[in-house]
Ligand binder design. Structure first.
Ligand code: PLP
Length: 406
């Protein structure tokens, strides 16, 4: 193992605390990750040394803050290997990135009768924007299903592709099932039909090494706060040819070039999509988070998290009454489960009292939860600062919940 977990844990102040007189065990990383001291320090440094509104300022601080912001863009470009910094748009999160594309793509390319394909395993943030855009433009949203393991039904997806298909929008990794979708295969197939593909990378980018040029995806969206960076930060990657053609999303601020009484011209990429004062301190934190991850190495992170996932799967499988939701061959670092007929909230409350944070409920994926015909799941999602000893504690907490609730 190439990661020094003890040393890594020392970087995360929040993990040092006790709750209910027990050491905090944080298994809600798919909802949001904790922040290393390096990220917290970057935000502090920004406010103590650089704080100012960016772009168009001639004075010292404004130039410094602008440089830091644009340096961050270069580093994010490199992190996901985009071709150009023009293709990196800063947003406030995956949800905003996805809404941006759904709204502008709809206006530019979608006509009545056209179709968009998505999947049953999407988070609401990559489902509702497409659903609403299709309703507004009298287009049809087609939804590919899954098999019993929670893997995408590729035959069904292939069968949905037609001359009417204008876009395929799907998640890289499911936030409920943990399934890693065969996105390379889907992108290659879509491109044979000249159909662009958007990937919701909210759960992908923190666990897998992402190279957007190698994937050849047309759009890739993610949130900073699931990537050890501050809340209110996010990224939209889009191929330049699409970003050039799409209309602006919001109006005002740096996205403006010239304003006349009767019309306005818009700035070039990437500023065309960055209206208003951005989250500059958040982006400083995002830059520090990416540097931290690159220091650890995404391959090392993926290997260690895979070890945690296998360990947890084996240990929880041995508990009588535990049922998994999502047993795909390719999974990222989370497990969704139920214990007998115990409601996920009840189980979650007892597990919490043992000092362990897990998430319960529908995980913002109601179409999937309805499809599974369950009220929700308990979800334990792992990060590189978690340990097998913590998973042993989760096993004890599950046994306790089962004992108390049955
Ligand atoms: N997509 C997926 C797969 C997610 O898991 C989430 C959050 O849980 C989102 C999108 C939305 O992310 P955010 O709330 O950070 O915009």
């Amino acid at each position: 193992m190439n990661l020094n977990i003890e040393q890594i844990r020392a970087d995360f102040p929040i993990l040092q605390q006790q709750i209910y007189k027990r050491p905090l065990i944080y298994f809600d990383n798919a909802a949001s990750t904790q922040k290393p001291r390096q990220v917290i320090d970057a935000i502090r440094h920004y406010y103590e040394h650089d704080n100012c509104n960016i772009h168009r300022g001639v004075h010292y601080l404004s130039v410094k803050a602008t440089e830091a912001y644009e340096e961050a863009r270069k580093e994010i470009r490199q992190f996901i290997n985009a071709k150009s910094t023009h293709e990196i748009i800063f947003t406030k999160g995956a949800t905003e990135s996805l809404n941006l594309v759904a709204s502008t793509f709809g206006k530019r390319y979608i006509q009545p009768g056209d179709e968009v394909i998505t999947t049953i395993m999407e988070h609401h943030s990559n489902f509702v924007p497409w659903q609403q855009m299709c309703l507004e433009r009298r287009a049809l949203l087609r939804v590919a299903g899954i098999n019993a393991k929670g893997e995408l039904d590729m035959d069904e997806l292939k069968g949905l592709i037609s001359k009417k298909t204008k876009l395929i929008a799907l998640t890289h990794v499911s936030n409920v099932l943990g399934t890693v979708n065969p996105v390379r295969e889907i992108i290659a197939l879509a491109h044979q039909h000249d159909i662009p593909v958007l990937l919701d990378g909210a759960q992908g980018v923190s666990h897998l090494s992402v190279d957007v040029q190698e994937l050849d995806c047309d759009f890739y969206c993610f949130s900073g706060h699931k990537l050890y960076a501050p809340m209110g930060t996010g990224v939209l990657y889009g191929k330049e040819k699409y970003l050039e053609e799409l209309p602006p999303y919001q109006l005002g601020g740096e996205m403006i070039k010239d304003v006349y009484l009767d019309h306005t011209t818009f700035n070039e990429l990437p500023f065309k999509f960055e209206a208003g004062t951005p989250n500059v301190e958040g982006v400083a934190g995002l830059r520090a988070a990416v540097a931290y991850l690159q220091d650890l190495g995404m391959e090392n992170i993926a290997a260690y998290e895979d070890h945690l996932l296998r360990y947890a799967t084996e240990k929880l499988s041995a508990i009588e009454g535990v049922r998994f939701y999502g047993t795909a061959r390719h999974k990222a670092s989370l497990i969704s489960f139920l214990i007998g007929d115990i409601h996920s909230y009840d189980a979650g409350m007892i597990i919490d009292k043992m000092g362990i944070a897990v998430r319960t409920g529908h995980h913002c994926a109601m179409p999937l939860i309805d499809f599974l015909k369950i009220p929700g799941t308990v979800r334990a999602s792992f990060a590189f600062y978690n340990t097998t000893e913590e998973i042993d504690q989760l096993v004890s907490a599950i046994l306790k919940a089962r004992e108390m609730l049955t």
